[in-house]
Unconditional design. Structure first.
Length: 417
């Protein structure tokens, strides 16, 4: 089956999550993504703990399927010349180094567009390619903090709280992929490449674009809510509560239904006078009595088992969801139906599981074609495809311009993860 981006070649200098996750989106849908890596060592993300057989990192592998690996010495003139030769036939050069690094290597927009006017040069960074913060190191937590996301998260009692995962990295990776896709679409009309500039800070700021837009136009602030409430502008019917057997549920009771307080009160078996209390019958009243209603709901849920709580709310047509830990997430029937757990045989390692692709296309679906590569796994294949003879490749390896990882592997050495 033909992938949506089959025929697109990406030279991928990215590392860790923001960049590799973005290029993997296009790789899943058919693009040829060539990871340009350090000889023997590969990109720094390969070292992420914990590791399994021969140093294989599942953390790293999550963002590097469907890619090839070319190990090359970028400190050598011949290594840079080799990349420039590959760039002549490439569609995108992607990187997430600090601004200016690719230019200093001789692989920035000015140099690449000279040899290939159709090239798209895609930069992912911490703060963008220009501005007062370009000298700073970019990192997920810093972006959450500066971009306001961290201040919105958590409770009033506990202070600002980062997300439980590298959410700015992930969101920025999707912007990175989106930017490359848009640039490819634009090139269809103009015939010219361009620069794509995405960053962690922008991802963090636009993640709360509704609240931000409201603040910019009305001055409304969004302080962190009391413990248990999901957002500052929501009532006690929108939050998380603990059941009698120690499980947690997410209550989404203020949306989609009429008489939300009465439905929640009936589900919890609260007294009639509490159910019919005129102070609690609309959102304004619920907000005005937020702590009182939260405590009533919390006490009611704490009297019920997890299974009983879910059943009672569902009987009242109140939306509720289990707060799943990992064992429940990856055994959830809908998660499994959506093919968000996929397995494949990884050479030198064994059967490994991956989190699947979240996007479904009826005619050109994404797929796991190849598992993440060892360092330099495709050196010979990539060089042969652009006309290098077997002897020329041996010469490049002998002089240290290109890695010899495959030679050592064939001689019985360990896989270069």
């Amino acid at each position: 089956m033909t992938g949506a981006y089959e025929g697109i070649r990406i030279l991928d200098f990215t590392q860790l999550e923001q960049g590799p996750c973005g290029t993997q989106v296009l790789a899943d849908f058919g693009a040829e993504v060539i990871k340009v890596e350090r000889i023997d060592l590969g990109e720094i993300g390969r070292r992420q703990f914990p590791t399994v057989a021969d140093g294989y990192s599942p953390h790293w592998s999550a963002t590097n399927r469907n890619k090839k690996s070319l190990s090359v010495d970028l400190k050598s003139k011949r290594g840079i010349a080799l990349i420039m030769e590959l760039a002549k036939g490439a569609d995108i050069v992607a990187s997430n180094f600090r601004p200016g690094v690719m230019d200093r290597l001789g692989l920035g927009w000015d140099a690449l567009s000279t040899v290939n006017p159709r090239i798209i040069v895609a930069y992912a960074s911490g703060y963008g390619q220009s501005g007062p913060y370009t000298h700073r190191r970019g990192q997920d937590l810093a972006a959450q903090a500066i971009g306001g996301l961290m201040a919105l998260t958590g409770s009033a009692e506990g202070g600002a709280t980062p997300a439980g995962t590298f959410i700015a990295d992930y969101m920025a990776s999707l912007h990175f992929a989106q930017g490359m896709m848009i640039a490819l679409a634009a090139r269809e009309r103009t015939g010219r490449g361009q620069v794509v500039d995405t960053c962690l800070l922008n991802a963090a700021v636009v993640s709360h674009l509704q609240e931000g837009t409201t603040y910019l136009n009305t001055g409304q602030s969004y302080p962190r809510p009391p413990a248990g409430i999901a957002h500052a502008h929501n009532t006690a019917l929108y939050g998380q509560y603990r059941t009698a057997d120690g499980r947690w549920i997410a209550l989404i009771g203020e949306f989609y239904v009429t008489e939300p307080w009465k439905r929640v009160a009936r589900a919890l078996g609260l007294p009639d006078e509490v159910r019919d209390d005129p102070r609690f019958q609309d959102n304004e009243g619920l907000l005005a009595h937020l702590i009182e209603t939260r405590d009533l709901v919390a006490a009611g849920v704490e009297r019920l088992t997890f299974v009983d709580a879910l059943a009672r709310f569902e009987a009242e047509d109140v939306l509720v969801a289990p707060v799943n830990e990992y064992p429940e997430v990856f055994s959830d029937p809908q998660v499994l139906h959506n093919e968000l757990v996929i397995r494949a045989e990884v050479p030198h390692v064994g059967t490994m599981a991956f989190v699947g692709n979240p996007i479904r296309l009826s005619e050109t679906p994404g797929e796991l074609r190849t598992t993440p590569p060892t360092v330099g796994q495709h050196n010979e294949e990539i060089l042969a495809a652009i006309g290098y003879s077997e002897q020329a490749i041996i010469d490049l390896q002998a002089t240290g311009v290109v890695g010899s990882e495959n030679t050592r592997l064939r001689a019985g050495g360990p896989a270069a993860w």
